[in-house]
Design a protein around this ligand. Structure first.
Ligand SMILES: Cc1cc2nc3c(=O)[nH]c(=O)nc-3n(C[C@H](O)[C@H](O)[C@H](O)COP(=O)(O)O)c2cc1C
Length: 197
């Protein structure tokens, strides 16, 4: 695979201390989306990437409810928080990421959330390679989503992911425009901990 160049604003704002593949820096979460559909082949490709995530006992507990038709998108819009809807209403694809909390034997699937997180990460990275952007949202009404989409009780909801083509920052509501840039991270040393010392 050819190595992606860093996107210009990413090169300006994100600096990895140690060398890593550019995909990790190029993935960020814009809020401005073009009203342009995502071809089905590309949608298949991001979901295929998620499929190959690792999971405890290879249970693959992740599930994806995909909205890409006007009716389905409208249904999703009913349970997304108004503050998120101000920007994600234009996204051509919304994906609710869920995980099955129990095994086929009815025992708890202890790593379901961790596994679903890995799957979403894979999806988001594949999107970068396809010229797409993704933005996860935890800000939605889970109870309303469960009712609207008839989600059984043994499935946990994690995030709604907006997927599509990046739009211009000035198409966002004014209060959102300043944040339309790649964020940075705290130093890695602050994440590597040892509570025993
Ligand atoms: C599980 C999850 C929930 C999130 N919820 C929201 C949300 O409700 N609204 C929003 O605007 N961004 C949301 N975000 C986006 C984060 O704020 C964003 O990923 C974080 O600030 C890091 O920025 P980056 O993704 O551009 O690197 C969420 C991200 C994740 C992974």
């Amino acid at each position: 695979m050819t190595r992606l160049a860093l996107f210009p604003e990413v090169a300006e704002l994100r600096h990895a201390k140690h060398e890593i593949e550019s995909q990790f820096l190029n993935r960020w979460s814009p809020r401005s989306f073009q009203e342009k559909p995502v071809p089905e082949t590309l949608l298949h490709r991001v979901l295929e990437a998620a499929r190959w995530a690792p999971s405890g006992n290879n249970l693959q507990p992740w599930r994806f409810i995909v909205a890409s038709t006007p009716d389905r998108l409208r249904a999703f819009h009913t349970f997304i928080n108004p503050s998120n809807l101000t920007w994600c209403a234009k996204a051509p694809v919304l994906i609710l990421v869920l995980s099955k909390t129990t095994t086929d034997k009815g025992t708890p699937a202890r790593t379901h959330a961790f596994d679903a997180g890995a799957a979403w990460g894979y999806l988001a990275l594949e999107a970068v390679h396809l010229g797409l952007v993704s933005h996860a949202m935890g800000g939605f009404d889970q109870e309303a989503a469960r009712t609207t989409l008839q989600i059984p009780e043994d499935y946990a909801m994690h995030a709604v992911v907006a997927l599509g083509y990046r739009g211009p920052a000035d198409a966002l509501p004014p209060e959102r425009q300043a944040a339309e840039r790649p964020s940075t991270r705290r130093p890695i040393e602050e994440s590597i901990v040892d509570f025993s010392v």
